[in-house]
Design a protein around this ligand. Structure first.
Ligand code: AMP
Ligand code: MG
Length: 355
């Protein structure tokens, strides 16, 4: 009888052992995914590797912590306190962002300007009660924006009356930079982070191929998988700005959320979207730069954006590249992305590679 039992149990034991040990799992392909709604946008982060779960949860904590300190819609954030006229001692992140914002303002001829906040509010983009402000109100606020400056004292920083700052044009890029630091710390071999229009394609895909990042067709904003083309990327930031991402309509006219600090109105751009792509392996706020430049280049339009890109090409070749989608149906791709970008043939756009 005992022998009979062992004859039955032996194959079962063997089966369960092969079930447990099976073919070895490559730890670099173990995946964890989390979804977060933060910074006013849905975010999806997928991490791979031995510490994928710990890194995914740490990513969520990192984003929520940044939001609590940098968002102008969180009443207790440092930015909200500054905007209420309080004197604030900035922490390291805010200090870095204010320094970068000032540098990006200079480098974009004033198109990128965090001081545009009072205008963003007047158009109702912080409350979602959108309205077209009276021209007199726009003229008044343009003066406020122009004069916006942070006064430094031993107690901290203070804004002038009516002045306010809005980090919405760079905060997600900065969060992407911080995620890259976190992935380095947790030794994450590969990850995909989508923070609204800010993508961090870390490493490669588990099968060794590039991540496929869709560039949304601005003419079909609400549709999923409606792409003008696909970027095949390894180790890259890809940040998209466009008027289609947030807008309202009044009297048959569309008003979007990217405000031209020169006019006070939503930028009257000949572009419908701008994507800035750069290497994410430098430890140097490159994601923040991509975010600021995608916003600014959208405002500046095709010609000025390409001039800006060429200037950077002279200084640091291939530092970043662009995918511009124009009002007149072209997708303009700078040469560094010629091999990585594939036009969606059904989208109706024509492709131009520029150098
Ligand atoms: P993005 O989605 O990165 O292009 O940033 C758009 C957001 O940045 C808006 O929702 C505003 O919060 C803010 N913003 C709007 N216009 C500007 C501007 N000219 N410079 C800097 N930030 C801006
Ligand atoms: Mg931006």
């Amino acid at each position: 009888m005992r022998r009979f039992i062992s004859i039955i149990l032996a194959p079962l034991l063997l089966l369960s052992l092969t079930g447990c040990f099976g073919p070895p799992v490559d730890p670099d392909t173990v995946q964890e995914s989390i979804q977060v709604i933060a910074m006013d946008t849905p975010m999806l982060i997928s991490t791979y590797g031995r510490r994928s779960t710990a890194a995914a949860y740490a990513s969520e904590d990192l984003i929520r912590d940044l939001e609590s300190r940098l968002s102008r819609t969180e009443a207790d954030s440092a930015v909200s306190r500054l905007n209420r006229g309080e004197t604030v001692e900035p922490d390291e992140d805010l200090t870095t962002l204010l320094r970068l914002a000032s540098c990006f303002r200079d480098r974009t001829g004033g198109a990128f300007n965090i001081g545009v906040a009072p205008l963003v509010s007047a158009w109702g983009f912080t409350t979602d009660h959108n309205q077209v402000p009276a021209p007199s109100e726009i003229s008044r606020l343009l003066k406020v924006v122009e004069e916006t400056a942070l006064q430094e004292s031993p107690e901290g920083l203070t804004l002038g009356p009516d002045q306010a700052i809005d980090l919405g044009g760079i905060a997600k890029g900065y969060a992407a930079d911080k995620l890259a630091d976190l992935f380095r710390e947790y030794e994450i071999p590969r990850a995909m982070a989508q923070l609204g229009g800010n993508v961090l394609a870390w490493g490669d895909r588990p099968d060794g191929t590039a991540w496929r990042v869709g560039v949304q067709d601005p003419a079909r904003p609400g549709e999923q998988n409606a792409f003008a083309g696909i970027l095949n990327l390894k180790n890259a930031f890809a940040v998209t700005s466009g008027g289609y991402q947030r807008y309202f309509e009044e009297s048959g006219k569309r008003y979007h959320h990217i405000i031209d600090p020169a006019t006070g109105y939503p930028a009257d751009s000949d572009l419908t979207s701008v994507t800035v792509v750069a290497d994410c392996t430098y430890d140097d706020c490159v994601g923040t730069l991509c975010d600021a430049f995608s916003t600014a280049f959208f405002i500046m339009g095709e010609e000025e954006a390409l001039d800006g890109w060429r200037e950077w090409q002279e200084e640091s070749p291939s530092f970043f590249d662009l995918v511009l989608i124009t009002e007149d149906g072209r997708v303009v791709v700078t040469q560094g992305l010629a091999e990585s970008f594939t036009l969606d043939e059904g989208s109706g756009y024509t492709l131009e590679i520029v150098s």
